[in-house]
Write a protein that binds this ligand. Structure first.
Ligand code: FAD
Length: 634
């Protein structure tokens, strides 16, 4: 084995988006020597791309808002499959996390009386998203980075070294987690993107904050880092993933020109008054209000439009239904031949707001469409269609501490599962990152403080990690990673996409097996210095394993719920709400294979059930659950 660069920390955070940075801040504040690693440049994460805002029941714009209302909305959005304890912690703690961001230097848009402004978003009963125009993620990352710098300045003053207790390693990709012989976390192994040289981090606690899996799908709003690395690292270390069948297709991605297909069009466009129309100029969402939401959404244009100025006395416009509902509706309109010229529908804000207001509220969207599609959204409608956006599934964690079932392994942010159930509400990710990033940092610190000795990985473990990373350079004439990636994306898009069928998913699983066999023989050209083909070959192992989890879980769940729509099982089934699908993996590297089993959902605490009307619970719970449930108001 070649000379290896080595570092040692107490807590290692993999990922420098919102979840990772908030976890690192917390670990450092608990006195841990903390490292943050990211495979992209520091600051380039999905968090920076977030547009619409961060959901928190601060009640600044409508004083009726409260954590209880936010909790209810989140559970409804997830169709009651959410881990209710996570949803409770999230709703209760999100406001503090937003106010805390202000102490780090964040500057949110304000109301006329100077409070943090909050905007409407799909599925949220009241205006709840704190925002900075449509560039909220940028401000979130900027202020978290600013906090990190201020902590480093403290360390410089106290210890004479800016990086004594908190250091960032950018453009460094982790390929393996390291464990001792008892399976406890001992650190991580990876490579520098630029030089291709290997590096190991010894650490008794690792926080995974690697984000999502969108790059397994052909049309996606996600960028190149979203290859499911954290999901796969967790699986290979012995942790479990939950809810992997639930993949969110955001209803509004750009559909044209082809080079930008999938790029997100923020939900703020609809939150600020934009409406969806088909080729017959019909506002079609009124035809798609599902039974469970009929009492909450307006069934005519007059009431829907009045809601923007008088939300207390009118029902919400159906354009603001949860994302899964809107995405399915768009899909149906296009299939019925009422789509726009490039295979989407029309999203129009130009006839709803004055041009200067559109530019003030939606500057990025105005710029994005002008630059990329030569469309002026102040004068013309946009063409939009569904795009793979977010994965609800992820590492199964203990809600209060973010601990996985592997000792020393924690997860927060999009890589973790449970919080959003079968469908995430817009704005609930940024708040999730901060609430559970903080909890993961605290959980990891407490775990390290409780250890009597530091787990160590055997030298052979490191040698194996190196051999596995170098495997794509062995041999000649194997499959090309770029071709394999395109095949994978096509399979997931066509066979495990927005509308699913049993036969197609079985076919997808066969194709995934064949792709795995080809990936085992993948070969790359050139050497280790900045070699994107090699990087993709390593990422492919992760994408294939995680895609297998998605397809296997989706095939097993014979109902439609949230981000999982079965053509052959179109209804929601209360019995299925009581079951979670949990994935584990066996085998190593590209040979690893996924197994999915059912696990009963933990029944919701009675005081939380009491927050719902009995008539609403009847729509989701089984008769048996309702009989045992006496508290909710009837
Ligand atoms: P990220 O912010 O993506 O960070 C992941 C980090 O992990 C990166 O630093 C990456 O380099 C690193 N990483 C990954 N793999 C490895 C590896 N193997 N080794 C080392 N590092 C690794 N949500 C909202 O709530 N409101 C919004 O308005 C909103 N708008 C959005 C707009 C867009 C265009 C997109 C794509 C998403 C949006 N979301 C929004 C969703 C939200 O932005 C993401 O879910 C969230 O930012 C994920 O944060 P994270 O910290 O989990 O991961």
């Amino acid at each position: 084995m070649s000379e290896l660069e080595r570092h040692a920390y107490d807590v290692l955070v993999i990922g420098a988006g919102g979840a990772g940075l908030r976890a690192a801040i917390e670990a450092r504040e608990h006195g841990m020597r903390t490292a943050v690693l990211c495979k992209s440049l520091f600051g380039k994460a999905h968090t920076v791309m977030a547009e619409g805002g961060i959901a928190a029941a601060m009640g600044n714009v409508n004083s009726h808002d409260s954590w209880q209302v936010h909790f209810r909305d989140t559970m409804r959005g997830g169709k009651f499959l959410n881990n209710w304890r996570m949803a409770e912690l999230h709703a209760k703690e999100a406001p503090d996390r937003v106010w805390e961001l202000e102490t780090y230097g964040a500057l949110f848009d304000r109301t006329a009386d100077g409070r943090i402004s909050q905007r409407n978003f799909g599925g949220h009963e009241y205006p709840r998203l704190a925002h900075v125009g449509d560039r909220t993620g940028l401000e979130l990352i900027r202020s978290l980075q600013q906090k990190i710098v201020s902590l480093q300045q403290e360390d410089q003053r106290e210890l004479g070294d800016y990086e004594a207790r908190l250091k960032v390693f950018a453009e460094c990709t982790v390929t393996e987690l390291l464990q001792d012989e008892d399976g406890r976390i001992a650190g991580a192994f990876g490579y520098w993107r630029e030089s291709g040289r290997f590096v190991s981090f010894e650490a008794p606690a690792v926080v995974l904050a690697t984000g999502g899996i969108g790059k397994s799908f052909k049309v996606t709003s996600n960028s190149w880092e979203y290859t499911g690395d954290g999901h796969a690292l967790a699986l290979r270390a012995g942790a479990a993933l939950v809810n992997m069948e639930f993949v969110q297709f955001h209803p509004t991605g750009m559909v044209w020109p082809p080079s930008v297909k999938g790029i997100l069009v923020t939900e703020s466009v609809r939150g600020d008054g934009g409406v969806l129309r088909n080729s017959e100029n019909k506002r079609f969402m009124f035809d798609y209000i599902p039974e469970v939401f009929k009492d909450k959404y307006a069934d005519n244009e007059t009431e829907a439009d009045k809601w923007y100025t008088d939300a207390d006395n009118n029902r919400r416009p159906p354009e603001l239904l949860p994302r899964d509902e809107v995405a399915r509706a768009i899909n149906s309109e296009v299939k019925a031949g009422r789509g726009s010229p490039h295979g989407g529908v029309f999203l129009d804000v130009s006839s709803r707001l004055p041009a200067e207001e559109i530019i003030r509220r939606l500057p990025s969207m105005h710029h994005q469409f002008k630059e990329l599609a030569d469309v002026d959204i102040t004068a013309q409608p946009m063409e939009v269609g569904p795009t793979c956006h977010y994965v609800m599934g992820g590492v199964e964690v203990e809600p209060d501490t973010a601990a996985s079932r592997v000792p020393g392994l924690f997860a927060a942010g999009e890589v973790s599962g449970g919080m959003h159930g079968s469908n995430r509400l817009g704005g609930n990710s940024l708040s999730d990152l901060l609430v559970f990033g903080r909890r993961a940092g605290a959980g990891a610190s407490a775990y390290v403080q409780g250890l009597t000795e530091r787990p160590a990985a055997a030298p052979e473990t490191l040698a194996r990690a190196e051999r596995s990373a170098l495997a794509p350079f062995d041999g000649e004439g194997g499959a090309n990673p770029y071709g394999l990636h395109m095949e994978l994306q096509q399979v997931m898009n066509d066979l495990v996409g927005i509308i699913r069928k049993s036969g197609e998913m079985a076919q997808a699983l066969e194709k995934l097996e064949a792709l795995k066999a080809k990936a085992a023989e993948v070969t790359v050209e050139g050497h280790r210095q900045f070699n994107p083909g090699w990087h993709l070959a390593l990422d492919l192992r992760n994408m294939l394993l995680v895609s297998e989890c998605v397809a296997k879980a989706a095939l097993l769940r014979t109902e439609s719920r949230g981000g999982h729509t079965r053509d052959d099982f179109p209804g929601m089934d209360a019995e299925w709400r009581r079951k979670l699908l949990v994935c584990t993996a066996s085998g190593d590297g590209v040979e690893a294979s996924a197994e999915v089993v059912e696990k009963p959902q933990v029944p919701m605490r009675p005081d939380l059930l009491d927050l719902f009307e009995y008539s609403e619970l009847e729509k989701y719970l089984t008769g048996q659950e309702l009989t045992g449930q006496s508290g909710a108001s009837r």
